[in-house]
Structure formats: C-alpha cells, structure tokens
Design a protein. Structure first.
Length: 347
C-alpha cells in the first residue's frame, strides 16, 4: 500500500462534481439494539433518493456505537456496505478518537471497502497544531481523508487557518466538510485550500446546517483563485433526502447560469428554519439526533426516536417545532416519495 493511498478515480470525480451525502442515522429496536431491517431500509432510502454517498459511523450515527458495551461500529459499517453493494456510491466512514483508535478505525473501514475516512479531531481538544497534523498524517497512511471542522457545540474544537493550511498539504486529503456554523471559520478553511494551491483537488462540502443553500450558491474569489462548496455532507440531509437531491441540482443549475434566482434565497431561509427545528437550535442542539429520528419516524422509516443514550431525546417543544415547519414548508418534505417505496425498503 502506498504511503498515502488514494481512492478510485471515479470517487474523486464524483466528490468534485458535488454530491448529496447523508450522515446515516442508527435504527434501534425497543431493547436499544440494532434494528437491522430498518437500518437497511434507511440505506435503501438514501440510495433510491439519489444520494451519491453515505457517511456512516459519524455524529448522526452516534459516536457511542464504538463503546464495547454496544459493539456496533463494525456491524453498522458492514450493513451499509452490504446494502450499497456494487452501486457507485461513495462510502465514507467516520473515524474518531486518539491516534491508536483512529488508525484502528481507518483500517477497519478500509477492510470493509470504504473509500474515505471522515476524520474527527474532537478527541484531541487540547492538542497543538503539530500534534494534530502528525495524527492526521498517521491516519492518512491508512485511508484517504475528508477533513472535518465540527462546531464546538456538537463536540468539536476550534481549528486555525494555519492548521487547515497544513492539513490541506496532506497528499490524500480529497475533501473537507466545513461545519463550524460560523462564517469566519468557514472562510479559514476555504482560504487555506486556496492558499496551498489545491482548489482544484480538494472538494469542499458544507456541513453548515444553518447556511446550507447559501454555501451551495456562493463562489469564493481569493486573489486569482475561484472556489465553490460543491455539495453537502449533512445530518440535515438524513431526512427529506429526495428533496435535498433536487435542491442540490437546482443550486448547480443556478451556478451554471451565473445568476441566483431570488426564489433560492427565500428557499435558503426556509431550509434553515427547518434545520432549527430538526437540530434543536433553541436548546443548543441537544436534540439534534432525536430530531432527525422524529422526522424519519413520522415517515415510517424508524420505529421510534430512540438513541443509545436513553437521556438523548427530543427537547421540550421540539416535536411541535417539527410540526410547525412541516406545515409551513410542505414543498420541502419527501413524504410522498417515502410512502410510495417504504414497503419495498422494509422487506
């Protein structure tokens, strides 16, 4: 294996073109054990909806799947891999922990046929940049990487422009998910990629759930370098995914026309309002995973909103907020699409 392995060319081309990549949730039964039938149904839903990739073992899948008492990391990764089969789906595995754990998870992902690792640095909260970069390079020798700027409210940490500049120099970094929910920190990542001369190599993906559409429409011009955020790797896109695919296509058309219809700016606000309900912004994102589960439960894809941690649940008033956005923006849900195919996905 080369020092810095690369994914297949078709994976790199697909990432650069821009994909809808849902962050895959975890389906649990009444005993809080993996519900394989519904877990597989979720994967089938995303593939049928037109998602070009799947991110599994990430925040939305619940980091606790790694705990020995659950032992779910391998089964969950394997199940998604098996359902995706031989489709041209970009498979992304979440990678967490200190270096020893992260290397082990990268090897597991590679063994199971995943193309790329989405590298969380949340476990190295106090590490200086030199230590962070050494960690990243060690993991990159096992699997190609997508960088991950996770907002502190969801367990991430602040990462400097200098860090991102050095990270972008790692040869097999193929993309970066930008999810600090902060314009200044988003610009740090974009500028770093531009300044190291990798604007054409590293695909930028939004994870900024408060600014999805604006991220997808904006062009960054830094000196003589032009960059775009080409797609999304989002927990928000784990529900209403068929509409997300339509949205990304609409944003691509607008970029091609070099004009942005005012209707897309209106839609941007509506999507953000929906995200506030799903992700429980009013309560510091405490119910963000349960909120996604609630939408999927209403559609019949999940049996319940259960999480591995019994204390992780909808916040007071969150269900009512989800009902509100359902009623305010009926054009954004894909309930009819799910209803048409649900019985097949659950077989």
């Amino acid at each position: 294996m080369p020092d810095y392995p690369l994914p297949p060319d078709w994976v790199i081309d697909a990432l650069r073109d821009g994909l809808v990549i849902p962050a895959h949730p975890l389906a649990l039964n009444a005993a809080r054990k993996l519900d394989e039938r519904r877990q597989a149904a979720l994967t089938r839903y995303y593939l049928a909806a037109g998602a070009g990739g799947l991110a599994v073992g990430v925040h939305t899948t619940q980091f606790a799947i790694r705990e020995p008492k659950h032992g779910l990391l391998r089964p969950v990764l394997q199940l998604a891999r098996d359902v995706a089969g031989k489709t041209n789906t970009v498979l992304i595995a979440g990678i967490c922990g200190a270096t020893e754990q992260a290397v082990s998870e990268a090897r597991l992902a590679r063994e199971l046929g995943y193309h790329i690792g989405l590298l969380s640095l949340a476990a190295l909260k106090a590490a200086p940049d030199d230590e962070l970069i050494a960690h990243c390079r060690r993991v990159a020798r096992e699997i190609p990487l997508i960088g991950f700027y996770l907002q502190p409210a969801a367990g991430g940490r602040l990462l400097s422009y200098q860090f991102w500049k050095r990270f972008a120099e790692i040869p097999n970094v193929v993309a970066i998910k930008i999810a600090p929910f902060n314009r200044y920190q988003t610009l740090d990542v974009v500028r770093a990629v531009a300044d190291v001369g990798r604007a054409g190599d590293i695909a930028l993906y939004t994870g900024n759930d408060d600014s999805i559409v604006i991220d997808l429409l904006s062009e960054y011009v830094i000196g003589n370098t032009r960059l775009r955020i080409v797609g999304g790797l989002l927990g928000h896109w784990a529900c209403w995914t068929h509409k997300a695919v339509e949205l990304l296509a609409e944003c691509k058309r607008a970029r091609g026309n070099k004009t942005v219809p005012a209707s897309l700016l209106t839609l941007a606000v509506q999507v953000t309002d929906c995200n506030a309900a799903f992700f429980d912004a009013a309560n510091g994102f405490a119910g963000c995973i349960a909120g996604i589960h609630e939408v999927l439960r209403r559609q019949g894809l999940l049996e319940d909103t259960r999480c591995l941690d019994p204390d992780e649940r909808l916040s007071p008033g969150q269900a009512e907020e989800i009902t509100r956005v359902y009623q305010s923006y009926p054009h954004l849900n894909d309930d009819s699409f799910v209803a048409e195919h649900l019985s097949d996905w659950l077989k």
